[in-house]
Design a protein around this ligand. Structure first.
Ligand SMILES: Nc1ncnc2c1ncn2[C@@H]1O[C@H](COP(=O)(O)OP(=O)(O)OP(=O)(O)O)[C@@H](O)[C@H]1O
Length: 240
């Protein structure tokens, strides 16, 4: 069974035909990245998966259940956790309080395990959300969703606005989630960072999938990476 199966997905905003027949899969325990430039339709794909902008045509199945026309709360109950764009942490709650907001759900992730995985958050336990750096806020918003013990984790551009070293720490956490058995769909504009951690990669361009394959293979195609990453490609590297 696949964690996520999307077949011939078509999504519109009013008359604008945004997603034009998308096919995409995430296997169980797989980390898949969906890449694409600004406006390619990445966030719209997430919105359709979550039922926020329902598809007009096509199928979405989550762990074998047809979810195409289910409302968002039913989709969440299938075990889907979304880390939205823009790090919505509670600014006036401490890190510890932020982590206690999700309802307890049994599974691998609990607060002690989270602090083990995110030592930076453990150090800043009593700091308020608004006192954290962008990277720490991103980690906190991922941590909160992990505490729901999702079977399928969706992340919308977690690297946005973060320095390369911080992106590395954030992505290590995503890999740890995958290694703990969570299936992951990572939406990214940061091509090089994403293909370094992903098992497979899809490229979305103007609402259509233009590439699907192993992330390692994609990474070796320097010309394709350059085209997609544009100017940011030269600037990007992981440094230890
Ligand atoms: N609420 C909306 N109403 C109408 N058009 C929209 C709406 N939201 C997005 N669009 C359009 O849909 C297209 C795809 O947008 P989407 O946000 O999915 O792209 P994206 O790949 O996630 O890019 P970004 O990285 O900028 O979020 C864009 O042309 C955008 O202008």
């Amino acid at each position: 069974m696949k964690a996520l199966e999307i077949q011939q997905l078509h999504t519109y905003y009013g008359k604008s035909h945004i997603l034009q027949g998308i096919d995409l899969e995430v296997g169980e325990g797989e980390l898949v990245t969906l890449l694409g430039r600004n406006g390619a339709g990445k966030s719209t794909t997430l919105r359709s998966i979550m039922g926020m902008t329902p598809a007009r045509d096509g199928h979405i199945r989550i762990f074998g259940t047809e979810s195409t026309h289910l409302p968002p709360f039913r989709i969440a109950r299938l075990g889907v956790g979304l880390v939205p764009e823009g790090r919505r942490v509670f600014a006036n709650l401490t890190v510890d309080e932020n982590l206690k907001v999700p309802v307890d759900s049994p599974g691998h992730w609990n607060i002690p395990r989270i602090y083990e995985l995110f030592p930076r958050l453990a150090e800043r336990k009593r700091h308020q959300g608004k006192q954290l750096s962008g990277g720490e806020q991103e980690m906190l918003s991922i941590a909160r969703v992990l505490l729901l013990n999702p079977r399928l984790l969706l992340l919308d551009e977690p690297s946005q606005g973060l320095a390369p070293l911080i992106v590395k720490s954030v992505f290590e956490v995503i890999v740890a989630a995958r290694d703990a058995g969570t299936s992951v769909l990572l939406i990214e504009q940061n091509v090089r960072a994403a293909i370094e951690v992903a098992d497979r990669a899809y490229v979305l361009d103007r609402g259509q999938i233009t590439h699907a394959g192993s992330a390692a293979e994609f990474g070796q195609d320097e010309q394709r990476v350059q085209e997609l990453a544009g100017a940011s490609a030269q600037k990007w590297e992981f440094t230890d």
